[in-house]
Design a protein around this ligand. Structure first.
Ligand SMILES: Nc1nc2c(ncn2[C@@H]2O[C@H](COP(=O)(O)OP(=O)(O)OP(=O)(O)O)[C@@H](O)[C@H]2O)c(=O)[nH]1
Length: 584
């Protein structure tokens, strides 16, 4: 039964042919146009199942047939458009009542320039003389999904449609390009790898839509039909890799969730393999695989974002919202395909709107995350500075204490080096310095100065009788006696050598000096020294010399004169004090 012809009525300008057209699946792709025309007329073609022109991935060729009668008085030229960009090969045969058959070919296996109108969807010129019946036969063979939504347009209607779609497409890709450039600049300035992966994801996703909509073939590779096939799975895989890498770096999975990071890397590895394989795998295998991989990749990202959010990672919030919007847009588009939501601007452009919002929000999320990282860095630097300051203060305190201890030790050390180890009084070297200073000071202040030279009497005997250690104790005792008397008077006592001691008394005149010397002598003589079970009585002879105003003596002179006085004391029977002859 020959199908009834379809009538183009006046006033019509765009007619979707799916409800009227009949089809036949030529599984071996064996028929030519003549056989197909014969079969169609013989009623071997069937109506589209459910009026739906989508058959999925199929072998062989599909034939579509529709006799058309044009009753439109003003429009004899029509355009037949297949509103699906990816079919490989389309052949249109028009048979006129006089038996003439006209053939046109299109599809992405033909160079783009072959198209009647340079438009992303394959299109054909239909000359339909008014009142005549023209048989339209379409043959489609493709490795991509078999989708053949055929629409008849008047040239004016198509021009208007193209204008509208160009506008919204321009808007969409304008947003994508602006985001790409904006984030490219940010990446160059900030060198944050997150921005690079964002660029890859956004760029590749833009390329996927560009390819799916037929713009890739139109603008990028119009003369390379082979690339038109591979470009879909390839760009999908690239977008998937970018998407996973971006999410991995944004959510900081490596540091925050190592197991999730491994899963992400495994997915990326799979996408890389799939991308490589799609170059030689049949398109009908790689494209559905890649499409399903999109779903897996998306679900994984949302799951990872939820996990990170539950772990308290705040930047995951905006990130999750962005991907949810993308999922929502895609879901709208899919629901529309199943006829579950009404066809309107939002559902029709769900993927575009969702993805544009997603890219925008992700860019914001990147910015927010970057700001967060920067603040965290500032906080860490501040903390480190405070810590540093504290430890510098601590160290300074320790250093001060150490310096003070060192100073004390130095003072002690100097004191030790100035003292005689046996008796504890100053040694001869220090006496010498102190004596010189005292003499100098005397020159300035004009006060007198006395020197006492003391020698223990018969000390050899003590040593010989009681031993050297006892002798040492006696020396110690004599030194104490001298100090006890001299130091409270502002004097200085030193061991001059052997059993000889010396004392300087600044400000003491002869009388004072004799008094002090006498006091020392008495003190030594009075108390016996108890040592080694013995009680030893000591006595000492003392020579005194006083330097008075007008006298300018060297240290040697003063000592010599005092020594002479000491000799006299010895000569005078010991245990007595003698003053130098200068004063006497
Ligand atoms: N135990 C002890 N004896 C010392 C030390 N230095 C010197 N002597 C002793 O002091 C004695 C000094 O003796 P001498 O110079 O002969 O004089 P002296 O026996 O004191 O007789 P006069 O000075 O004439 O009264 C020597 O026997 C030295 O060995 C010392 O550090 N310890």
């Amino acid at each position: 039964r020959t199908p009834a012809p379809f009538t183009l009525e006046p006033g019509q300008s765009a007619i979707a042919l799916s409800p009227y057209i009949t089809y036949r699946h030529d599984t071996l792709a064996a028929d030519g146009a003549t056989e197909a025309f014969a079969r169609a007329r013989a009623g071997q073609f069937a109506a589209l199942p459910g009026g739906n022109p989508t058959f999925g991935f199929q072998d062989g060729a599909y034939w579509f047939y529709l006799p058309v009668v044009n009753r439109h008085p003003e429009e004899s030229r029509w355009l037949l458009v297949q509103e699906y960009a990816l079919s490989d090969q389309l052949d249109v045969y028009l048979r006129y009542p006089d038996g003439r058959v006209e053939h046109q070919a299109s599809g992405d296996h033909q160079p783009f320039a072959n198209r009647f109108i340079r438009y992303r969807h394959p299109n054909f010129r239909l000359d339909l003389p008014v009142g005549q019946q023209v048989e339209v036969l379409v043959r489609v063979q493709s490795e991509s999904s078999m989708q053949v939504p055929l629409v008849l347009y008047t040239p004016r209607a198509l021009a208007e449609l193209m204008r509208d779609t160009q506008f919204s497409t321009g808007l969409y890709y304008g947003i994508v390009l602006a985001l790409l450039f904006y984030n490219l600049v940010l990446w160059i300035m900030l060198r944050d790898p997150g921005y690079f992966w964002y660029l890859l994801h956004t760029g590749a996703f833009g390329l996927v839509l560009f390819t799916l909509n037929g713009y890739g073939f139109e603008y990028f590779w119009p003369d390379w039909p082979w690339l038109a096939d591979a470009s879909v799975p390839l760009s999908i895989c690239l977008a998937l890799i970018g998407m996973q890498q971006f999410s991995r770096s944004f959510l900081e999975l490596k540091e925050r969730w190592p197991a999730g990071n491994v899963a992400s890397l495994a997915l990326i590895g799979f996408f890389v393999l799939l991308g490589g394989a799609s170059v030689w795998l049949p398109y009908s295998t790689s494209t559905p695989l890649a499409s399903k991989a999109v779903l897996v990749g998306l679900i994984w990202i949302v799951a990872a974002a939820v996990v990170m959010l539950r772990r308290g990672y705040r930047p995951a919030r905006l990130f999750l919202l962005a991907w949810s919007l993308f999922l929502l847009g895609t879901a709208m588009f899919t629901l529309l395909a199943f006829g579950l939501v009404p066809r309107n601007f939002w559902t029709q452009n769900g993927v575009q709107i969702g993805s544009a919002l997603e890219m925008l929000l992700l860019s914001l999320a990147l910015g927010a995350r970057y700001a967060g990282l920067r603040n965290e860095n500032i906080r860490i630097v501040q903390q480190a500075n405070e810590q540093l300051e504290r430890s510098v203060i601590d160290r300074t305190k320790q250093l001060r204490t150490a310096m003070a201890q060192l100073g004390e030790a130095n003072v002690q050390l100097r004191d030790y080096s100035q003292r005689d180890p046996l008796t504890g009084v100053y040694n001869r070297r220090h006496f010498r310095e102190a004596f010189e200073q005292a003499l100098d000071a005397r020159k300035d202040n004009g006060k007198p100065l006395a020197l006492l030279l003391l020698d223990l009497d018969h000390f050899k005997r003590i040593n010989d009788s009681y031993g050297h250690l006892a002798g040492d104790d006696c020396l110690h005792f004599a030194a104490r006696c001298m100090e006890d008397v001299v130091v409270p008077r502002g004097g200085l006592v030193a061991r001059f050598g052997g059993e000889e001691f010396v004392a300087v008394l600044p400000g003491a005149d002869a009388q004072d000096a004799l008094q002090v010397a006498e006091a020392v002598r008495l003190r030594i003589q009075q108390a016996p020294v108890a040592t080694g079970g013995h009680s030893i009585r000591l006595s000492a002879s003392i020579g005194v010399h006083t330097v008075i105003e007008g006298h300018h003596a060297t240290p040697e002179d003063v000592i010599r004169i005092a020594d002479e006085a000491l000799y006299r004391a010895k000569d005078d029977g010991r245990n007595c004090v003698r003053h130098s002859v200068v004063v006497a």
